[in-house]
Design a protein around this ligand. Structure first.
Ligand SMILES: NC(=O)c1ccc[n+]([C@@H]2O[C@H](COP(=O)([O-])OP(=O)(O)OC[C@H]3O[C@@H](n4cnc5c(N)ncnc54)[C@H](OP(=O)(O)O)[C@@H]3O)[C@@H](O)[C@H]2O)c1
Length: 290
């Protein structure tokens, strides 16, 4: 039995949809609000990492856990959440944990910290693990970096001559489902593996401004200072603004580059082109905005 956590989230839902299509697998959707589930017709169980009492019952009978990170909080909160998951999975006798982490080339980003903590906790746990080190979502590049510029004509923060390696989230979901299905069917090739799942391209300021021009916003300028970016995020939760500033600081410093990727191997095909995908997202946003 495979249980996917965060099954109502964008990544978890896609993983669950893929797994539900695989003949012969028993798939369970784990989500904080089972009553709101509107995904494929699979068993649904309550899974709330902030309420560890939900976890022993949810993990009962599970052989492979697809553990989707729940990172939108301060690191100490994420540490507690993720430790609770590993402890409960171990206690429940889950045999394999497939954890969605962050690519090694993004190590300088502040969002990497909670992922590396979780990888350490998993390495020390008596359970077979597979780490899927996901690259930065193309959807993140489109939503956080380019979309605000559609409205304002300026990126929200500076990227200078830096480039952002990105990967389409649906590819990451398909890779996670492939790995979990292999494991559940008895394969041991993924045990102990750490897969780096980067997309096929990096996007720089020239690419992003060209895509924005194609979406109807020509002449977009690079963002201003990191101080301005931090100030603009003053109303958002502190951790969120901190992570946003960290992403722009690292990109603008040219401190993140695309590395080798195991994604083609796990997909059995070429990954989806990123530039095209971001262009489609921006075109959609532009038409929705009228
Ligand atoms: N690589 C990247 O570029 C990148 C970017 C952003 C985020 N991430 C990480 O990747 C994860 C999945 O991304 P996504 O796009 O699917 O994000 P998303 O659409 O925001 O979904 C996140 C899901 O996490 C689950 N979650 C949140 N708090 C939880 C808790 N206390 N206990 C259990 N589950 C909880 C929820 O699932 P339910 O609603 O089903 O409970 C939520 O829908 C994120 O949570 C984050 O850690 C990666």
């Amino acid at each position: 039995m495979i249980l996917v956590t965060g099954a109502s989230g964008a990544l978890g839902r896609l993983v669950t949809e893929h797994l539900a299509e695989v003949p012969g697998l028993t798939v369970v959707a784990g989500t904080r609000d089972p009553g709101a589930w509107n995904g494929p017709q699979v068993e649904v169980r309550a899974v709330d990492f902030d309420d560890p009492a939900t976890l022993p019952g949810a993990f009962g009978g599970v052989t492979t856990l697809v553990f989707i990170s729940a990172g939108f909080a301060e690191d100490d909160v994420v540490y507690a959440r993720h430790k609770a998951v590993v402890d409960a999975a171990t206690a429940a006798g889950v045999r394999n944990v497939v954890y969605t982490s962050l690519t090694g080339t993004a190590d300088r980003l502040s969002i990497a910290v909670a992922h590396r903590y979780t990888e350490r906790v998993l390495a020390e746990a008596p359970v077979a693990t597979t780490i899927l080190r996901n690259g930065l979502y193309a959807e993140l590049v489109a939503g956080m970096l380019a979309a605000p510029a559609l409205a304002t004509g300026r990126l929200p923060g500076p990227i200078r001559d830096g480039r952002v390696p990105a990967v389409v989230r649906a590819d990451l979901a398909e890779a996670a489902a492939n790995v979990a299905a292999d494991i559940e069917r008895g394969s041991t090739v993924h045990n102990g593996r750490v897969y780096e799942l980067e997309g096929p391209e990096e996007l720089g300021l020239d690419d992003i401004t060209a895509l924005l021009a194609e979406a109807g916003r020509p002449g977009v300028e690079d963002g201003g200072s990191l101080a301005d970016l931090r100030e603009a995020g003053a109303a958002a939760p502190g951790y969120q603004t901190g992570h946003t500033v960290s992403i722009f600081a690292v990109v603008a410093g040219g401190l993140i580059t695309r590395g080798d990727s195991d994604l083609p191997e796990l997909l059995g095909r070429k990954p989806t082109p990123v530039r095209e995908h971001v262009g489609q997202v921006l075109a959609h946003l532009a038409s929705a905005a009228g």
